[in-house]
Write a protein that binds this ligand. Structure first.
Ligand SMILES: Nc1ncnc2c1ncn2[C@@H]1O[C@H](COP(=O)(O)OP(=O)(O)O)[C@@H](O)[C@H]1O
Ligand SMILES: CC(=O)N[C@@H](CCC(=O)OP(=O)(O)O)C(=O)O
Length: 300
């Protein structure tokens, strides 16, 4: 008796949620949503399954999700096992020849296939590819300029095989979308001479979203959003505020490529970018299908 009453309550709550969500589902029908799934957001098997369920549901609701993933912590683990040292500059891994080989193996191999399998287990039809497939993401060597604070002279820091996307060919993604598949992209790019480049996952997601003219770019991570100096999540951000917070050092580490990506993506024509906690249950659905959304929205 108690159980059936509880079930009824659950059903009413779900029905109410669904009726509230319906206008948002209709508004987003046919929308392209690029979702960056970060290595930290992947967490455990349960987090992976929850993420996969949401993406498949988005597809069933008539949206066109495209997953671009990261895998920084998983690359760290593998490099540690192989006793290869690794350092980061402004959230980007300094990538020598030995490192780029491991990066490609981990990202385009193990992680990409793990996500594909998780999506397919939830009833999706996912296809994994990297930025090398059909020249999806063509890169040049990323250059990091730094200014010597004493002499004020600028010089370039060598990050090795870190790629800056210079050309994105999304036809292959549109082709899969047309066939009702969910593309899953590993952030590994190709140089004009065939070199392999390690692209920061956020940068790759932004470049793909920009080239597809996506309606939304969701950057899933392990924090609720961009936080201010007091540690409170900021719900809306503009380019100006991002610049100020970065100069003050409030936006730091891995959050730098995320906010840079968000601004670049908006300049390239993406309608809005949201930075949010990918481990929170149904994070993507809450963002797309409710009025209050989730995380930090970055707007033009
Ligand atoms: N202002 C900020 N607000 C929120 N997180 C921040 C901020 N500045 C730096 N961070 C850090 O950025 C991290 C997210 O970047 P990263 O670790 O690269 O995530 P992912 O692996 O999901 O791409 C957060 O866990 C947090 O430690
Ligand atoms: C150049 C660069 O830093 N590439 C990243 C690629 C993976 C990534 O971005 O993973 P997350 O999204 O989980 O951080 C790296 O080597 O860690």
């Amino acid at each position: 008796m108690e159980k059936s009453r509880a079930m009824k309550r659950d059903w009413i709550a779900t029905a109410r949620t669904l009726s509230e969500a319906l206008p948002y589902m209709q508004r987003h029908h046919g929308a392209t949503v690029v979702v960056k799934f970060g290595g930290h957001a992947m967490g455990d098997e349960e987090a992976m399954a929850n993420f996969a369920r949401d993406i498949v549901l988005m597809k069933q609701c008539g949206l066109h999700p495209v997953v671009v993933h990261g895998g920084g912590p998983q690359i760290d683990d593998m490099l540690k096992r192989l006793k290869i040292e690794s350092t980061f500059i402004d959230g980007k891994r300094v990538t020598d020849e030995a490192t780029v080989e491991i990066v490609e193996m981990v990202l385009a191999g193990r992680i990409n296939k793990h996500i594909v399998r998780a999506l397919n287990a939830q009833g999706g039809r996912a296809v994994g590819l990297s930025g090398k497939d059909a020249d999806l993401i063509v890169c040049e060597k990323a250059l990091k300029w730094i200014k010597d604070p004493e002499s004020n002279i600028e010089r370039v820091l060598d990050l090795g095989f870190v790629g800056q996307p210079v050309e994105v060919n999304p036809d292959v993604l549109f082709m899969f979308i047309e066939g009702d598949f969910i593309p899953v992209v590993a952030p590994v790019g190709v140089g004009r001479d065939g070199e392999t480049y390690n692209i920061n996952g956020d940068t790759a997601a932004g470049a793909v979203a920009g080239a597809m003219n996506a309606d939304r770019l969701l950057l899933l991570t392990d924090v609720a959003g961009v936080k201010d100096a007091e540690g409170d999540v900021i719900t809306r951000l503009t380019a100006e505020t991002v610049q100020g917070l970065t100069e003050e050092g409030v936006i730091a580490g891995g959050m730098i490529p995320k906010t840079e990506t968000a601004l670049d993506a908006i300049r390239a024509g993406v309608k809005a970018v949201v930075i949010m906690d990918g481990r929170a249950p149904h994070a993507c659905l809450l963002e797309l299908f409710t009025e209050h959304g989730a995380g930090t929205m970055i707007l033009p």
